[in-house]
Design a protein around this ligand. Structure first.
Ligand SMILES: CC(=O)SCCNC(=O)CCNC(=O)[C@H](O)C(C)(C)COP(=O)(O)OP(=O)(O)OC[C@H]1O[C@@H](n2cnc3c(N)ncnc32)[C@H](O)[C@@H]1OP(=O)(O)O
Length: 208
């Protein structure tokens, strides 16, 4: 198994750690979170602040990294702050997920149990495709987006960078959700949503 460093130790990290165990490809060598002030070792795993990531990589040059933080803004900020090459970030896919051979998935992205990613879907870097989400054919999902549990993105949907689609929302074909926008849980999106907006309801209305 290859070594991996997990950044973040909150709720989303617990699920990512389970995903790492079930994929049987990686072994966690370090968990980094700013609640730690200095590096300590417990049961063979290093715990330390996020700034120690370069020290950990210096000890084990083959190690991959995943930023296991649910907040899109924080995940993006850390990805930019650590200044580590894209190829060092692992793409983690749960064994129960069904991924089309023609789908393209970026580095640092995690795909949780029971997701489906269909033909020609293109998913960026540091994206969360959460439990049971369906990403249909020809979708584009930008970097740092979060597609929450049980979301359905139908065909030809575009989700721009950093957007968050709340749990169980549905987006109808051909719709675009703008960058860093938020779609409420359970919403049905039938019109494009501009950048930096919140939209809720069925069909969605924009919040101020
Ligand atoms: C494993 C995991 O946990 S993954 C995480 C998944 N997370 C989610 O799915 C959370 C998604 N977040 C939401 O749905 C939130 O309600 C948000 C972000 C859309 C809105 O949050 P806020 O900005 O705090 O809005 P607030 O609660 O003040 O509500 C504003 C208005 O929108 C309405 N509203 C809020 N959320 C929704 C919703 N999901 N559907 C319909 N209406 C909604 C409120 O009733 C209120 O309406 P009013 O002004 O007519 O009274």
């Amino acid at each position: 198994m290859d070594p991996i460093v997990v950044i973040g130790e909150g709720g989303h990290s617990k699920v990512v750690q389970d995903l790492i165990s079930s994929s049987e490809c990686y072994q966690i060598i370090a968990i980094l979170d700013d609640k730690y002030e200095e590096m300590v070792e417990k049961n063979g795993i290093l715990y330390g602040p996020i700034s120690s990531v370069h020290d950990v990589l210096a000890r084990d040059g083959c190690a991959k990294i995943v930023i296991a933080i649910g907040n899109n803004h924080v995940r993006a900020r850390i990805a930019q702050r650590v200044r580590i090459d894209d190829e060092k970030f692992a793409t983690l896919i749960h064994p129960s997920a069904v991924i089309s051979p023609s789908a393209c998935i970026g580095s640092g992205t995690v795909i949780m149990p029971n997701c489906v990613v269909n033909a020609a879907a293109k998913i960026g870097s540091h994206v969360i495709i959460n439990t049971g989400a369906i990403i249909e054919h020809d979708n584009y999902v930008g970097d740092y987006a979060h597609i929450s549990p049980n979301v359905t993105l139908t065909g030809n949907v575009t989700i721009e960078e950093g957007a968050h689609i709340g749990a169980s929302a549905t987006v109808i074909p051909g719709i675009k959700v703008g960058k860093w926008s938020i779609v409420g849980a359970g919403s049905v999106v039938i019109r494009d949503i501009p950048d930096f907006k919140k939209a809720v309801g069925c069909p969605t209305r924009l919040l101020d």
